[in-house]
Design a binder for this molecule. Sequence first.
Ligand code: FAD
Length: 307
Amino acid sequence: MSRYDVVIIGGGAAGLSAALVLARARRKVLVVDAGAPRNAPAAHMHGFLSRDGLPPGELLTLGRAEVTSYGGEILEDTVTELVRGNDSGFSMLLSSGQQVSARRLLIATGLRDELPDIPGLAKRWARDVLHCPYCHGYEVRDQRLGVLGASPDTVHYAQIVAQWSADIVFFAPTDTVTTAQRAGLAARSIGLVEGMVQRVLVEDDRLCGVQLDDGRTIGRDVLFVPPRFVPHNDLLVELGCAIEESGWPVRDSTGQSTVAGVWVAGNVANPRAQVITAAGEGSAAAIAINTDLVHGDVRTAVHDVGL
Ligand SMILES: Cc1cc2nc3c(=O)[nH]c(=O)nc-3n(C[C@H](O)[C@H](O)[C@H](O)COP(=O)(O)OP(=O)(O)OC[C@H]3O[C@@H](n4cnc5c(N)ncnc54)[C@H](O)[C@@H]3O)c2cc1C
């Protein structure tokens, strides 16, 4: 079984950024990546200083080359099982059947976006059905925007999306918007359409509106939809890491979980993390992991020389 200082599970922005720092710290590091980063369906990535507009896959290609140039290893594979060893190390099984072990672990497995079950919506995801105005709002500025509001707290989301267009409609189930929220929407000329959106309308491979359950159709060019964020936390659960009721792992400011030797970074722990934030969390976790390894190295060295 190959043994590493650190195995990083997940090779998106968080995992690769951590791997770069650890490989440059001369640690033996392996990234195991299943190859399904969350923003893969998007044509371009925005808001990453110096890389704005790059296709998401290109950032990862550049990142992988940097990691391997310092001796970091990358495997396209999936970690299916994780076991904590007696010596505070970890061993894991990959879907290829390979087994590896590590002194420390970084879990950077991301999250999945669960969209409302509205016919036609998922097919338009990352094209003209969007969720993050900071990622793609500028690209659809001044178009006819719609915001699907499944719950009253999405009124605030509509107010944010209004930053990118004066032509905006908030769709909400009937009688769920409070008087104060109505006033806020009207004051900023945000249209309110009450009823259930039944399906998405598409013409010439472009979204052109929505149909409500009472038959009304409302023309829109783009829909903003808040998905339900579901962390890929199975491995953390398997290891016994504390998980909040909402599903997010408990962690300290460096990303260390409640299990010694296990860190988390990026969307698996923080649904708000943009690519640049996820990369930053990966880097911070890597520095904390190396510090922890150095503490362990000192203990071992003192023991070995019998002091
Ligand atoms: C449509 C869309 C567009 C977006 N556009 C932008 C944008 O323009 N700008 C921006 O800043 N942010 C954008 N985001 C957010 C961005 O996707 C995240 O910030 C970023 O992907 C988080 O990086 P991460 O490393 O935490 O997770 P991810 O990038 O999702 O990487 C996680 C990796 O872990 C792997 N993995 C999971 N489980 C395992 C396992 N068991 N074994 C091995 N590997 C595993 C996955 O396959 C994946 O490759 C967008 C999101 C979406 C949905």
